[in-house]
Design a protein around this ligand. Structure first.
Ligand SMILES: *[C@@H]1O[C@H](CO)[C@@H](O)[C@H](O)[C@H]1NC(C)=O
Ligand SMILES: *[C@@H]1O[C@H](CO)[C@@H](O)[C@H](O)[C@H]1NC(C)=O
Ligand SMILES: *[C@@H]1O[C@H](CO)[C@@H](O)[C@H](O)[C@H]1NC(C)=O
Ligand SMILES: *[C@@H]1O[C@H](CO)[C@@H](O)[C@H](O)[C@H]1NC(C)=O
Ligand SMILES: *[C@@H]1O[C@H](CO)[C@@H](O)[C@H](O)[C@H]1NC(C)=O
Ligand SMILES: *[C@@H]1O[C@H](CO)[C@@H](O)[C@H](O)[C@H]1NC(C)=O
Length: 478
């Protein structure tokens, strides 16, 4: 990934490029079938050598087919990439420099020695490692497949003698929808899972299209778009001017329009930000530019800040620091030490932060409850680390992560509560000197660093803090 971001260049005239230690070394592999036609036939075989030693950022890539179009065109490549300490072997499709499909998106095929792509005589397309170990296949043996072709739409297809499609990459969407591609209800795009615990999805549901953050076994929606009048969605389609939404009679029921006049090329779910974007190609600047982004305010992105961070009005991150004398800096705003059970009224309590909310919506929320009950629901739930209570609608949301927290104007009747070890808060009136809390807000933002050294200082600061900070703890709610 490192090599890619620093040194990937477009070499339309060459069929392969290798990235080694971040430097670009270009090889020209000689192919039996010549360079980059738009199809290959049964019996085709291509082998890439895998380095003996692991080197971070290594990418070895051989382009085997490309479309005959103006730049940026589509290319199919066999790649060996350094991923998580091993080498992954995959078949990929590129539009210009952008990876738009990858056979290893959901499950990497790790190899040593060699990475082989083969279209067998029986018409099965497969990836193999040493000792003929198969890591991925289309499973199209004996279906009359005669060739693999990359279509002008970027769809990678296996065709029979009558040009009927027997397998196509469009049926296995990853994190991109190309122009002309559709996606059915109850399917999804998934961001490349850099770590298995947190990833994003773009879901097509009957009543809406929505973005979700998945964290552990929990999921949270952070953006959604609903057709009016509760119309039922059957599929979506990426058209020239926007993302079109259709019902079961193939009638367009809604559309997300993009702004520029240039035709859209693809939709992607950002693997770092989790934002959904529609992109066009700028001929002047020779790169892809966003024509629409689902989320246009940084603080509305779930991971705008690290866990336990607060995204402030100036779009910077402040951290929620809770220090107890017992374990300095380790209470991690309630997420605790792995393995430690964080629940029970003797062990934990809820610390309330004013002037903040969460951008994460959660489906199984509790309604018509009191604030105390909401706090107790979180205290008793060992997986809960934070809760958001809305006093207007008496609604309680329970979270398994302290993520997506952002600053808002006060006075919306929202209370964001973070689970902390019991005794973190000082009881009103008599301050507990042994266990105290420092809430640092605005370290980055307001250049305000607040240090509390004892009960006396604590009192003085209490008075000032109300004026200085928009976000503070409420000590009156124990
Ligand atoms: C995110 O996606 C881009 C383009 O698809 C890819 O080049 C990059 O490696 C991905 N980043 C991560 C962290 O997976
Ligand atoms: C993956 O985990 C690391 C910490 O282990 C975190 O910093 C990073 O944001 C996570 N990536 C995603 C895409 O969630
Ligand atoms: C979110 O989690 C719930 C409960 O585990 C599950 O029923 C639902 O299908 C999930 N939603 C998505 C979009 O994955
Ligand atoms: C939408 O259509 C599906 C399948 O036809 C059906 O199961 C579902 O109940 C419908 N949803 C709504 C909200 O009408
Ligand atoms: C940002 O998004 C909101 C709704 O998501 C929209 O109303 C607003 O016009 C957008 N602003 C810009 C500058 O695109
Ligand atoms: C909410 O709770 C109150 C009393 O606890 C009850 O009278 C009322 O009917 C409830 N409202 C709903 C919508 O459940």
């Amino acid at each position: 990934m490192h090599g890619e971001s620093t040194s990937r260049k477009n070499h339309p005239s060459l069929c392969s490029d290798f990235f080694l230690f971040g430097f670009l070394i270009v090889f020209l592999l000689s192919f039996h079938h010549g360079c980059c036609k738009s199809d290959i036939h049964n019996g085709y075989r291509l082998t890439l050598a895998v380095p003996v030693e692991y080197s971070v950022g290594f990418i070895g890539r051989a382009f085997l087919m490309e479309t005959n179009q103006m730049a940026p065109n589509f290319k199919a490549a066999l790649s060996v990439e350094a991923v998580n300490g091993r080498y992954s072997c995959s078949l990929e499709v590129f539009l210009g420099d952008v990876k738009v499909w990858n056979s290893g998106h959901y499950s990497q095929f790790y190899v040593s020695e060699k990475c082989v792509l083969q279209l067998t005589e029986r018409g099965d397309l497969l990836l193999k490692g040493p000792k003929n170990r198969v890591g991925w296949r289309t499973g199209t043996s004996r279906q009359g497949v005669e060739r693999l072709q990359i279509l002008k739409t970027g769809n990678l297809v296996l065709l029979d003698a009558l040009n009927l499609i027997k397998w196509q990459s469009f049926n296995f969407p990853t994190d991109v929808i190309l122009w002309g591609q559709s996606l059915n209800v109850a399917t999804r795009l998934t961001s490349f899972p850099t770590n298995s615990t947190e990833f994003y999805t773009f879901e097509i549901q009957h009543d809406k299209i929505a973005l979700y953050l998945h964290s552990g076994k929990w999921n949270y929606s952070y953006w959604e778009f609903k057709p009016s009048k509760n119309r039922n969605i059957t599929y979506i389609f990426l058209g020239t001017k926007g993302l079109e939404i259709y019902n079961d009679k193939a009638k367009k029921i809604a559309q997300i329009f993009s702004s520029p006049l240039d035709p859209l090329r693809f939709l992607t779910l950002g693997n770092k930000t989790g934002n959904l974007g529609l992109y066009y190609y700028s001929d002047d600047e020779h790169n892809f530019k966003a024509a629409f982004q689902a989320i246009n305010n940084t603080c509305d992105l779930p991971l705008a800040c690290k866990p336990c961070g607060i995204c402030t009005f100036s779009n910077s991150c402040s951290s929620i620091h809770l220090l107890t004398q017992k374990d300095k800096g380790n209470s991690g705003c309630g997420e605790g030490v792995p393995g430690e059970v964080l629940c029970g009224r003797e062990k934990v309590e809820m610390l309330e932060l004013h002037g903040v909310t969460s951008v994460l919506k959660i489906a199984p929320k509790r309604v018509n409850v009191s604030k105390d009950l909401c706090a107790n629901l979180c205290i008793d739930d060992c997986e809960c680390v934070a809760a958001l209570y809305s006093s207007d609608v008496r609604e309680c949301k329970i979270y398994g992560v302290v993520i997506g927290v952002k600053q808002i104007e006060r006075g919306y009747g929202l209370s964001y509560m973070v689970k902390v070890p019991k005794g973190t808060q000082t009881s009103h009136g008599k301050s507990n000197l042994k266990k105290w809390v420092i809430i640092l807000v605005g370290v980055v933002d307001g250049l305000i660093i607040l240090l509390v050294f004892g009960g006396l200082t604590y009192y003085l600061v209490q008075k000032r803090r109300k004026k200085l900070l928009a976000i503070e703890t409420d000590n009156n709610t124990t």
